[in-house]
Design a binder for this molecule. Sequence first.
Ligand SMILES: [Fe+2]
Length: 327
Amino acid sequence: MFDKNLKLTRRGVLGGSIAAAAGLITGANIFSSSASAASKKINGKKRSIRFAHLTDIHIEPKRKAPEGFTAALRHVQSQKDKPDMIITGGDNVMDLLGAKDDWAKVQTDTFKEIIAKECELPIKYCIGNHDTWGWDKKNSNTTGDEPLWGKARFVKEFGLENRYYAIDAGKWRILMLDSTHIDKKDVYTAKFDDEQYDWLVEQLKSNQGKYICLINHIPIMSAAVLLDGDNIKQGRWSLPDEWMHLDTRKLVDLFWQNKNVKLCISGHLHLLERLEYNNVTYICDGAVCGGWWGGPFHECQEGYGLFDLYDDGTFDHQYVDYGWEVK
Ligand SMILES: [Fe+2]
């Protein structure tokens, strides 16, 4: 969203990795090596996992996006304290919503080629609104009957077993969820559908001994989201259902009943924000692409999040500017 170049946005695991991307709907613990970053003690605390969160990459062959993404991947992997894995936060490609078949293929192929060449870490993917193919039928020239229409294309191309799934990481369980749902009047709306909500409830109930981190594309709770509207001109704040989850109240209530939920991570805004509510921390990371590869977006530099989740339920987060400059 907040895309000045793509008209639709408001209304609108590979590389070392298809194998590593076997993000199972039932959850998989991929950190069995005692040599991993996960097993380190940091300031007296045992770490469950260290991962880099790369969101809103918006890959296409133009705008020097491949060079920028390559620079970000190299930066992540040259960290002295190297992460165990990379998790993307959605909007991996520039835009599939309104992309014709051949252009959609170019975008996903470009992404996969870079990962195959540059990424040695395990990588797992989250789906964003721009990773969904054809919901803008007019511009994408689709009917909706294509076998890969909607999320099927991303799920297949990126080797996911499902559009939502879980990752086990020591004392934490990371739930990868899908925020974007079709909305006939307005392309898409942000929420968890009933199927995902039921799965989430079951996950929280059956993992009481673990700390929970949610990762999904569109913020469940945000204040920075209000900065996109022209509130003075409109005489009110704007908060469309494409910008922040519509089911926030329901989720806040669910988290209140399940105190193991500690952290909700998102992207979508291309802005950096940390918000605390009812002992849950909501972090929105800035975009790898900044302002769609045209420079920083407002005050937020091109960057990625670096997360350390500890065995005592605490965590650290830093936003890393990987030094990309538009020339
Ligand atoms: Fe985005």
